[in-house]
Design a protein around this ligand. Structure first.
Ligand code: MLT
Length: 407
């Protein structure tokens, strides 16, 4: 008899965003006449930057001729893209990252979910609350947690991110081995200063722990005092892996391209205490289980770093940040406290009632979809997340509807 991986049975019924999509579809079926504005999942709405489209077309044409056709590419990604990333995203900021420390992939969701395979099942894992559910669910699937009780999985160390600590968690009170951090943060839109991030690096160095730093929203940073990469800080190369994505920075959610940086100095240990290179382990996993992102997509991603591409991506993000300002103003006028939206595409709003209740009220009374904060963890209860990824017209319409329904 084949037995299942019973750790899957500990998971909540469905993935948060699938659950929301199902609820919205049910509402739409019941009310086909209602026009719904989606400000839930952080999915981009603007088309790809023209520089990326041109490079994409050109690469597709190359695939049409036997002279320029490409079959399997390197699993780690083409050097043209890895070199552009190393130069523009890191070296230009004084962060030492070499091209061969960058692994191109089809998404930060996959990478942040898959990375935990490298670590022991008894690794002590620290996860923020609220949190992007992928970090949590993939550790549950792997068997690193106990049962779900009172809104939390047993066996994990939760890092509360609340109004009291400015949505930046404090260092854990008990020893941990693996630490997930995401800044600019999903879902709260909060940011971390260099000094705050340095305390985590120092902690990881002292405890031989590892930080998994999700910087998927780095391109939204407008406050230049904030770190774009963890490698801008001292000692991070030894204790941090960083995840980046073209999804939100260049509109690639449907095109799929991301990357993970695993510095060659980054180590984890066997039971004898011998250090092993995480770069070598991730390279082994990546080349065994992944066959690379398609050539045209990597060419489109490379175009992000051209002068034209940089200007177009900046304009794309400025457009979403202008939406975020409109949302923040609307929440101010209605008297809802909020954070985020200044260096991130998410606005984290205190809903003054149960998150799912507010989700239902917004949907029913305003035809607007949000993400209930409780879906991101216990500390998200009493909050909702509004995403700025939408057209200006839709955001304006959504804010008018919310103002009318909730004033
Ligand atoms: C979100 O809405 O939190 C993100 O879109 C999810 C993701 O990037 O996978």
């Amino acid at each position: 008899m084949l037995h299942i991986n019973e750790h899957y049975l500990k998971l909540q019924a469905s993935y948060l965003f699938s659950d929301i999509a199902r609820r919205v579809a049910a509402f739409q079926e019941k009310h086909p006449e209602r026009e719904i504005i989606k400000m839930g999942i952080g999915d981009v709405t603007n088309p790809l930057p023209p520089a990326c489209i041109q490079a994409f077309h050109q690469a597709v044409d190359e695939m049409a001729s036997s002279e320029s056709f490409r079959g399997y590419g390197p699993e780690q990604g083409y050097s043209f893209l890895r070199e552009a990333i190393a130069k523009h995203d890191f070296q230009s900021r004084g962060a030492k990252v070499d091209a061969d420390e960058i692994f191109i992939s089809d998404g930060a969701k996959c990478d942040t979910g898959n990375i935990q395979e490298l670590f022991a099942l008894d690794a002590r894992v620290a996860i923020p609350d609220p949190v992007y559910p992928v970090y949590l669910d993939t550790n549950v699937m792997a068997g690193r947690t106990g049962a779900f009780q009172d809104g939390r999985y047993q066996g994990l160390v939760y890092l509360d991110s609340t109004a009291e600590n400015g949505y930046v968690p404090s260092l854990p009170q008990e020893p941990v081995d693996l630490i997930y951090l995401c800044f600019p943060n999903n879902p709260t839109g909060s940011t971390i200063t260099k000094a705050q991030l340095q305390t985590w690096i120092d902690y990881a160095r002292e405890h031989k722990a590892l930080i998994l730093f999700d910087a998927a929203y780095e391109a939204f940073i407008r406050d230049e005092s904030l770190p774009h990469s963890i490698y801008e800080l001292d000692g991070a190369r030894e204790v941090a892996i960083e995840f980046r994505s073209f999804s939100k920075s260049a509109g690639f959610t449907g095109t799929r391209c991301a990357y993970t940086v695993v510095p060659k100095d980054c180590m984890a240990y066997d039971r004898e205490g011998k250090a092993h290179s995480l770069h070598a382990l991730w390279n082994r996993r990546h080349s065994t289980k992944f066959n690379g992102v398609s050539y045209p997509v990597q060419r489109a991603a490379e175009a992000v770093y051209s002068e034209q591409g940089k200007a177009e991506c900046r304009a794309l993000i400025d457009d979403y940040l202008a939406n975020a300002r409109l949302i923040a103003e609307a929440m101010d006028q209605l008297g809802y406290a909020h954070v985020g939206g200044k260096n991130a595409p998410y606005i984290w709003v205190q809903s003054k009632r149960d998150s799912w209740e507010f989700f239902d009220a917004l949907l029913e009374q305003a035809g607007v979809v949000c993400t209930p904060g409780a879906g991101f963890g216990k500390c998200g209860q009493g909050y909702i997340r509004l995403s700025a990824f939408n057209s200006r017209a839709n955001v304006e319409k959504a804010m008018e509807r919310i103002a009318t329904a909730f004033k």
